[in-house]
Design a protein around this ligand. Structure first.
Ligand SMILES: [Zn+2]
Length: 355
């Protein structure tokens, strides 16, 4: 066993079951969490105006999320303007990110996904949420304390979505749009297929540069998204997604960045995808434990904050709290209906149902 560095933070892993409508979901999360501090805006008045314009975009595209923000603000007794920046995130850029995902078709034809979510070790909030408002598809997925966000997850129809930060050049003037964390949320609550999600995402105005991996029980695609352009990438048997754009038309947005680490991880995933092993469910978990590239991080700066494997054809999903070389993958119930009551549990569901 190599000498593995350890994270130093005191992480906040919790599992939320959220009953009721979007307002109730926001209220329950607001009551149990603290508002995540965003990078300070250079010009606070201008930032607030921009955030308000982005809130208007969300209202046009998916109004239930406004109710969720309202519930969150009410639970903390905050005026609206204090949660408004969570619609634009004060547009941070230049943060490190290292998510690695692979989607592939296994020998028996199942669509499989395996993914590590990597970010700064200092990001304490690591929440797993199960919600099913009456107006939306039920979802199971993760968030890091950005109001209304989902970083990866599945919905009751068998659709999967996940985000990957891309460091990119930004236009000098940005039009109001959707912050990155609301994109998977909207797709998961409204789309049942990749085809539908690709069509919707191509129409959404976005504020940030991200790769969005989309998969269902038959199909998969990556939408490479930047405020100025979007491209769709498809693969026959597999697709690897990390933190750079792979579509030729999108290369110009990288500027002078080499994206070397992201390219190394993508190359490693590609190498693995060319000789997948069976059983796919077990192999999916092993892929994420790689320390050579590495795909699995846990040092004082970067860490794999969680990992997920899913068999979308069989509707099986398992999350791992923390780095996959150290924690256990725990299989969870596929989201199917509204949870019976709002409940917040310290730690993610523990092993016992481990597979
Ligand atoms: Zn590890």
């Amino acid at each position: 066993m190599p000498n593995i560095p350890q994270e130093v933070v005191d992480p906040d892993y919790r599992f939320f079951e959220l009953a009721g409508d979007h307002y109730a979901c926001g209220y329950a999360v607001g009551k149990a969490t603290e508002l995540r501090q965003l990078p300070a805006a250079e010009d606070p008045q201008r930032a607030l105006r921009f955030a308000r314009a982005c809130a208007d975009v969300v209202r046009e595209i998916y109004p239930p999320l406004l109710d969720e923000y309202r519930g969150y603000a009410d639970a903390q007794g905050r005026p609206w303007k204090e949660v408004l920046p969570h619609f634009s995130l004060n547009h941070p850029s230049g943060e490190a990110g290292g998510c690695s995902s692979l989607v592939w078709r296994s020998a028996d034809g199942h669509v499989m996904v395996t993914r590590n979510y990597d970010f700064l070790s200092s990001q304490r909030s690591r929440h797993l949420l199960y919600a099913g408002p009456a107006s939306a598809l039920a979802t199971l997925g993760t968030n890091a304390s950005l109001i209304g966000g989902r970083y990866d997850g599945v919905n009751q129809a068998g659709f999967f979505a996940a985000l990957h930060l891309v460091q990119a050049e930004m236009p000098a003037r940005l039009s109001p749009g959707l912050p990155f964390h609301l994109v998977p949320r909207i797709l998961l609550e409204t789309c049942t297929t990749v085809r539908q999600a690709v069509a919707l995402l191509l129409d959404l105005p976005v504020l940030h540069a991200f790769n969005y991996l989309l998969a269902d029980d038959e199909d998969f695609a990556v939408v490479e998204a930047h405020p100025s352009a979007k491209r769709v990438r498809k693969g026959d048997g597999w697709l690897a997604v990390t933190n750079h754009f792979q579509h030729p038309d999108m290369q110009r947005f990288h500027g002078r960045r080499t994206q070397a680490h992201s390219r190394r991880r993508a190359a490693r995933l590609e190498e693995l995808a060319r000789r997948p092993e069976e059983p796919a469910w077990k192999w999916a978990q092993g892929v994420l434990r790689d320390h050579e590239t590495p795909l699995c991080h846990h040092d004082r700066v970067m860490a794999t904050l969680w990992a997920v494997v899913a068999d979308l054809t069989a509707q099986r999903i398992a999350y791992c709290q923390g780095a996959p070389c150290q924690g256990a993958f725990v299989e969870l119930a596929w989201p199917a209906k509204e949870p019976p009551a709002t409940r917040v549990q310290n730690g993610w569901p523990a092993a016992g149902a481990t597979s």
